[in-house]
Design a protein around this ligand. Structure first.
Ligand code: 6PG
Length: 241
């Protein structure tokens, strides 16, 4: 695993850098394979990035969109990560509907929907049981508590090693999330972390030693590349090895 950390002056510069990195990686991927798979982060940080990507002229028919996690709400709900990405980006570009692979959240049974999405991933990637699909790009945020995707501190989801999708738990609220093995199989993980409130968790995540149960982003050590894009507010006072 190679980890690079870039500190950008502010969130606007962070978003611009992320947009360029994603554009370059899509081009590189499509020079080698027929399509590019991108898993999106939720939360607030990536919204301006998605709005910027909506203005790009990309080979949309060759891009497949997934989500790394999803709140267990309908896609019309204001908390839905799918809703945010469609509103900011996907509704504004000619991407084929079949290229958007949203997490199912309306079956009233989070585990059954997690299993359903796992089957959808295996069907798409044509992976045999026991093998792990490899996403080209996975975007991740990090919470003030050091969580990422819906892998929250001291939750059972952190230890799920034999599934691709599991049920996360935030304060008793279910979420669907990529598991650590699926995340760590990515070719590129791009973390987008902005704001002073992230400093404590960043210090704990970047420290040589630490408690990954307390700071789950420590668990993300992809076989490919991990690129952290921080703004100066988030990076201030952080010991970046
Ligand atoms: C979610 C996200 C979550 C998010 C972090 C950071 O569903 O909320 O996937 O992991 O990335 O909580 O959120 P902000 O970008 O809003 O700080």
């Amino acid at each position: 695993m190679s980890r690079t950390v870039e500190v950008l002056p502010d969130k606007t510069a962070l978003v611009a850098r992320a947009e360029d990195l994603i554009g370059d990686r899509i081009t590189q991927t499509l020079s080698q394979r027929d399509y590019c798979t991108i898993a999106l982060a939720g939360g607030s940080t990536p919204k301006p990035l998605y709005e910027a990507l909506a203005r790009r002229d990309l080979p949309w028919e060759k891009i497949h969109i997934f989500w790394g996690d999803e709140r267990y709400v309908p896609p019309t709900h204001p908390d839905s990560n799918e809703n945010m990405a469609r509103t900011a980006w996907l509704n504004h570009v000619p991407i084929p509907p079949a290229n958007i692979h949203a997490m199912p959240t309306q079956g009233e049974d989070p585990q059954a929907d997690a299993d359903r999405h796992e089957a959808q991933l295996r069907e798409f990637f044509q992976t045999a049981p026991g093998t792990v699909p490899r996403f080209d790009i996975i975007l991740l945020g990090m919470g003030d508590d050091g969580h990422t995707a819906s892998l929250f501190p001291h939750t059972a989801a952190l230890g799920v090693g034999d599934r691709l999708i599991t049920v996360g738990n935030k304060d008793g609220q279910p979420r669907l999330t990529f598991t650590v093995p699926l995340l760590n199989h990515a070719r590129l993980i791009l973390f987008l972390v902005a704001g002073a409130s992230k400093q404590t968790a960043l210090n704990a995540v970047f420290a040589p030693e630490g408690d990954a149960q307390q700071y789950p982003s420590r668990l993300i050590q992809p076989e490919g590349e991990a690129r952290w894009l921080l703004d100066q507010a988030a990076a201030a006072g952080v010991a970046i090895a």
